[in-house]
Design a protein around this ligand. Structure first.
Ligand SMILES: [Zn+2]
Length: 210
């Protein structure tokens, strides 16, 4: 795999400012901590050249297009502080552009998150995990997947995600693997709990196959 995990590939218009006082990151942090304990999010010298992996986001309100997402290269931190999140105000997958504000820049995979929020209106939360067990067993688990030729963080990935959500008719959530992004899995749902459950259920099934 030649691609570098964690390198921002989109055009970013970012305004550096504190997160609004009203934003509560405790639920995001608690689910993220569970993901870190399961090694689905994190940072490890033996994985991906030591770069941080995985990220988590939540829509700011039920009908909003903006969402809060963990910051770029925060995989080594648990829990995250309020300075480790970013708000994506707008995203245009077609022009590969994001507008964000917050104390740090958004995760390198924020465009993929934006694409899911645009395409699946009932989605309130997304977890992007890196899981060798689920990823390797994608076809045996009958997971929906995005082609190996599509690299993460590109307009092609955003397009492919939109198409996948359309064709799979995921009702209010789902899980898919990105075969061109080593160990990359995305779970999305109306709640953080349900997104985490998609991952944990798939991990249990994958471990049963090994
Ligand atoms: Zn990733």
């Amino acid at each position: 795999m030649n691609e570098k995990e964690g390198v921002i590939k989109y055009h970013l218009n970012h305004i550096s400012k504190p997160l609004p006082q009203t934003i509560d990151v405790s639920e995001l942090n608690s689910w993220r901590s569970i993901m870190i304990k399961l090694e689905l999010i994190g940072q490890n010298p033996t994985r991906y050249e030591g770069l941080g992996f995985g990220n988590i986001s939540q829509r700011l309100s039920e009908t909003s297009h903006s969402f809060i997402i963990s910051g770029t290269q925060t995989g080594h931190l648990d829990p995250l502080g309020k300075n480790d999140f970013c708000i994506v105000q707008a995203a245009d997958p077609k022009t590969n552009t994001l507008i964000s504000e917050g104390p740090c820049k958004p995760s390198s995979e924020a465009l993929t998150h934006a694409s899911v929020y645009l395409e699946a209106p009932e989605t309130q939360a997304i977890i992007h995990a890196h899981c060798p067990s689920i990823w390797k067993n994608s076809s045996r688990l009958q997971l929906a997947s995005i082609d190996r030729e599509i690299a993460y963080g590109t307009p092609e990935m955003a397009d492919a995600v939109a198409q996948l959500i359309d064709t799979q008719q995921f009702n209010s959530g789902g899980i898919f693997s990105m075969l061109g992004h080593e160990d990359g899995i995305v779970a999305f749902a109306p709640t953080l709990k349900q997104a985490a459950e998609y991952l944990i259920n798939s991990l249990a099934k994958a471990l049963a196959l090994e």
